[in-house]
Design a protein around this ligand. Structure first.
Ligand SMILES: [Zn+2]
Length: 164
């Protein structure tokens, strides 16, 4: 610890005791250079557990296996490797922990998963987005399918997903 008086980096702890709720330790220190006595507080770094708020306002602890299960259900027998699914869950988990402090609406998670799936597989995406109500209206759904249809045609030169 740097001495607040003389700036020397040489001290001895002369007393340690728990403070507050036991997650904090208060230490009395003495500077070996100038004998100044001062106090430091050491705090346990607690990683807050994120809570997911569901549509009915129920709160459940964030659990990545729930995301993975939803993904697996949507992917069914689509040719999507487990690595890709795990990768999607990793990305969502990192994003959620970065953007949300304590609580995250389940809808936020659902929309992110849907967005990731959209880049991977059209069918799995539509299944997932329908299941998790990412579409607010039937018009929105139709618009999305039309959009995907255009994308498929662009990519393949013909319509492989939908018969006309
Ligand atoms: Zn000092």
């Amino acid at each position: 610890m740097i001495c607040p008086r003389c700036g020397a980096d040489d001290d001895k702890v002369i007393d340690s005791r728990a403070a507050e709720d036991g997650y904090v330790v208060r230490r009395r220190r003495v500077c070996s250079a100038c004998e100044h006595r001062y106090t430091t507080y050491e705090r346990v770094e607690r990683r807050r557990r994120l809570v997911v708020v569901k549509k009915d306002n129920a709160r459940v602890p964030f659990d990545r296996s729930n995301i993975l299960r939803g993904l697996q259900a949507a992917c069914g027998k689509r040719p999507i490797s487990e690595e890709v699914k795990e990768g999607i869950v990793d990305a969502i988990e990192a994003e959620i922990h970065q953007e949300f402090d304590r609580e995250v609406p389940s809808r936020e998670i659902g929309e992110r998963v849907a967005a990731q799936l959209r880049a991977v597989d059209d069918i799995a995406y539509i299944r997932y987005a329908s299941e998790y109500h990412s579409f607010r209206t039937i018009e929105e759904f139709v618009e999305e399918v039309t959009d995907l249809k255009g994308r498929t045609r662009d990519a393949e030169g013909q319509d492989v997903l939908f018969d006309e």
